[in-house]
Design a protein around this ligand. Structure first.
Ligand code: ADP
Length: 282
């Protein structure tokens, strides 16, 4: 009896040893190997391996995020350092110092903008499960964002609103405002002076729809899947031209949409324009 029990539990011991090995070695690339089989023990090993696959993927994403964030912060920091050293060693006139300080100030603003976006992400992840969606008048919210923006955009773009009255939904006001702001920022950033930006809110039988449409430069078809990834920019070399552009806005948009049990889609054509549509459940 003892021999049979020992043999039967051997795979369990193997699983336990392998898991301990993975934990102590902190090596998420390792998997449990107890050979082929169809019993419960093999099923358990398979489940643990699947869990390790998912852990490894999310760990890799986090690692990539940290590395990208450090890279983004290092660039302005090295510009600041170079200009400080230049000013200390070679600046002769007040004009030279002023020029260096202006560059340092701009780069400082850039770092601060990036840090606040990174902090926003961290808070979003920490509070993910705690966000309380409240029933509210979405039409009023969108209308007030439209009114505020209208004053700023006037003269630069033709800003058009088509906002249906009386649409209510369950949402978090500050998060949803951030989502709409991000879409409007992009619509302005990636379009020309004089072009049209349209914001629409309407409801269908099953869903509430909100869209931001621009007639700007559009997105390449092969990038339509990638724009949602953190730090992805279509044209990295021209990010300075687009102001503080870190490639974080749309991943934030996607996360906020998912917190609202909604989805976000894009439809875009090069040199014709892009339409981002948020769909919320009714
Ligand atoms: P950011 O705008 O800070 O670079 P986003 O995450 O908001 O970051 O967008 C990622 C990329 O998607 C942008 O760099 C840009 O290439 C592309 N993109 C986003 N919105 C638009 C738009 N309305 N028109 C054209 N391209 C866009």
């Amino acid at each position: 009896g003892s021999a049979i029990t020992t043999r039967a539990f051997l795979p369990v011991e193997k699983i336990s040893m392998a898991t301990n090995h993975i934990i102590s070695g902190r090596d998420l690339t390792k998997r449990i190997d107890i050979g082929e089989g169809k019993d419960e023990i093999h099923l358990l090993a398979g489940t643990i391996n699947n869990m390790l696959d998912r852990l490894e993927t999310s760990f890799e994403i986090e690692k990539q995020f940290t590395s990208d964030a450090s890279h983004e912060l290092r660039t302005p920091l090295s510009v600041i350092k170079a200009h400080t050293e230049f000013a200390l060693e070679f600046a002769e006139s007040e004009e030279d110092y002023k020029e260096a300080l202006e560059v340092i100030n701009r780069q400082g603003d850039k770092m601060s903008a990036l840090l606040s976006q990174l902090l926003f992400f961290t808070r979003l992840e920490q509070s993910n499960r705690k966000v309380e969606l409240k029933e509210g008048n979405l039409s009023n919210l969108v209308q007030s964002i439209f009114d505020d923006r209208y004053l700023v955009l006037q003269g630069k773009r033709e800003f058009v609103g088509s906002i249906e009255d009386g649409i209510t939904a369950r949402y978090d006001e500050s998060l949803l405002s951030r989502l709409i702001d991000n879409l409007l920022d992009n619509a302005e950033k990636y379009s020309e002076v004089g072009s049209t930006i349209k914001i629409k809110l309407w409801d269908t039988e099953t869903a509430i729809k909100l869209s931001v449409e621009d007639s700007g430069k559009g997105i390449l078809p092969e990038n339509l899947d990638k724009i949602w990834n953190r730090f992805f920019r279509e044209d990295e070399s021209r990010s300075e031209e687009y102001g503080t552009s870190f490639g974080l806005g749309l991943s934030m948009v996607k996360e906020i949409a998912s917190i609202h049990n909604g989805t976000i889609d894009v439809d875009s054509q090069i040199n014709v324009g892009s339409t981002f549509t948020l769909t919320l459940p009714k």
